[in-house]
Design a protein around this ligand. Structure first.
Ligand code: HEC
Ligand code: HEC
Length: 412
């Protein structure tokens, strides 16, 4: 593994919050300390059993980057936004309420049991700091020193992963690539002490599961649904507006949104951020990061979640009368083309802010998993999607046909 991707890159100090209050038993403190000694081992992707789809050095390295690497963006989230000061006082229950997720597998079982069974542990900010020391809060890379968080950055996993809730709501095994649909990322930013007050109402207005990846550049407040990062192998153009291939977008996000230390320039956007090559903490990681993203398959629909007979009828409609396959074509259900907003009666605002001015035919994958749909979440359900197209394309589908089409979409 490259030295730039060392294990727990941001946990310099293994010291745990010293001020865990008396109501937490010594047993819990002891367990947490022991757990931190083990943290390096637990976080090393090589130390965990590889699954069939997570193979190869680049994939393992990419997974580590995706989950734990903040690309040096802590300078922004700590020095500028001072989010660390906010998080120092946040309890686990408050963090879960904001949609943050906890990796149950990063916490040794006996520690997890102690945290869950000790009264008040989830209402104590000291527990949050202990979880951060274990690198167990998805998408947050922090250095904890006693009751202080001296450094806090964010990783790709913040928005593009969640957990299976196998331990408790918000606590469980990681599901990388799944959008975190209840992450109140706008609210979190709005509460950061270092945010200029005039920007607070904008960030506070973003619903959970939404983020605006352009607001800090063009000043327009128009957030989009956080999309999945799985099922992208073979998809040429990323993002709702088809900005470019996956590494273009990864670099864009890492540098302009996460504020990682790296270079990104696109004359179409009038953006030119440059750091000396030897200080670039993004560029060398892009190939492995891409490999990892491409290894993330879209999750299959749960057994029994759709009617297969109706879905088979729906597939014929999709390919025929309903004309869906004219744009959602091929194994990834995307023709690789961009479409004017009017073609499918979409709100043009987001397209107008982009470099392409049009929307990419979204690759349809695991639709059962990530409602709401369309870039702006304007369709709450798949029935709303079909209803939208029925009027936008003047299809005149019967109620039964619409049900069949929904069954097919639920099967993808
Ligand atoms: C703060 C939340 C947030 C973070 C952090 C974030 N993303 Fe995203 N990501 C988004 C949003 C929102 C979009 C949709 C942007 C658009 O289309 O305008 C997106 C889009 C994407 C897409 C395109 C998906 C598609 O359907 O084509 C990929 C791939 C992606 N992100 C990967 C990453 C990677 C890799 C990182 C870390 C370097 C990252 N993201 C960090 C919010 C985030
Ligand atoms: C003219 C091309 C075109 C046709 C025809 C078309 N689509 Fe789309 N589809 C798009 C575009 C472009 C988007 C992205 C729109 C957006 O995000 O606002 C999209 C998005 C979607 C989405 C949202 C996916 C997501 O993850 O949010 C679904 C579902 C979908 N289409 C299903 C269908 C169905 C069903 C039909 C047939 C009734 C159909 N499409 C016909 C171009 C098309």
């Amino acid at each position: 593994m490259a030295s730039s991707v060392s294990c727990i890159p941001h946990v310099r100090s293994r010291r745990l919050p010293g001020a865990i209050p008396a109501l937490l038993t010594c047993g819990l403190v002891g367990l947490l300390s022991a757990a931190c000694e083990d943290a390096e081992h637990a976080l090393d992707p090589e130390a965990r059993p590889a699954t069939a789809e997570v193979e190869g050095r680049a994939v393992a390295e990419g997974r580590h980057i995706f989950r734990y690497d903040d690309f040096g963006d802590w300078r922004f989230w700590t020095d500028t936004l001072r989010l660390n000061e906010l998080v120092e006082g946040v309890t686990p229950n408050q963090a879960l309420e904001l949609g943050l997720k906890v990796d149950g597998e990063a916490i040794p079982p006996e520690v997890l049991d102690a945290v869950l069974s000790t009264p008040g542990a989830l209402d104590d900010p000291a527990t949050t700091r202990a979880l951060l020391s274990l690198n167990a809060v998805l998408g947050i890379a922090a250095i904890v020193d006693g009751d202080r968080i001296t450094q806090l950055g964010i990783t790709c996993a913040l928005c593009h992963s969640t957990v299976d809730n196998s331990v408790a709501p918000g606590i469980g095994a990681r599901l990388d690539g799944w959008p975190n649909q209840d992450l109140a990322v706008g609210t979190i930013i709005s509460l950061a002490p270092g945010l200029p007050p005039e920007l607070q109402p904008v960030y506070a207005s973003w619903p959970p599961g939404f983020y605006d990846a352009r607001f800090n550049l063009d000043g327009i407040n128009d957030p989009t649904v956080i999309p999945p990062a799985y099922g992208l192998r073979g998809v040429g153009l990323e993002t709702y507006t088809g900005e470019g291939p996956v590494s273009y977008w990864n670099a864009y996000v890492a540098v302009t949104q996460m504020h990682g230390k790296g270079s990104f320039a696109d004359p179409r956007l009038g953006v030119s951020i440059r750091v000396p090559p030897r200080e670039d903490l993004v560029r060398s990681k892009l190939p492995a990061l891409r490999q990892y993203q491409f290894s993330l398959a879209a999750p299959e629909p749960p057994a029994g979640s759709f009617d297969p007979v109706a879905a088979a009828r729906g597939e014929r409609l999709f390919d025929g009368e309903a004309r869906c396959a004219s744009c959602h074509t091929g194994p990834r259900f995307t023709n690789g083309n961009l479409h004017d907003p009017e073609e499918t009666d979409m709100d043009p605002t987001h397209a107008e802010r982009s470099t392409t001015k049009r929307y990419r035919a979204t690759p349809l994958r695991a639709l059962w998993q990530h409602a709401p749909y369309f870039h702006d979440g304007s369709a709450e359900t798949l029935a709303d999607v079909v209803d939208h197209y029925d009027s936008a394309l003047g299809l005149g589908l019967s109620a039964d046909q619409q049900v069949d089409l929904v069954a097919y979409l639920s099967s993808l």
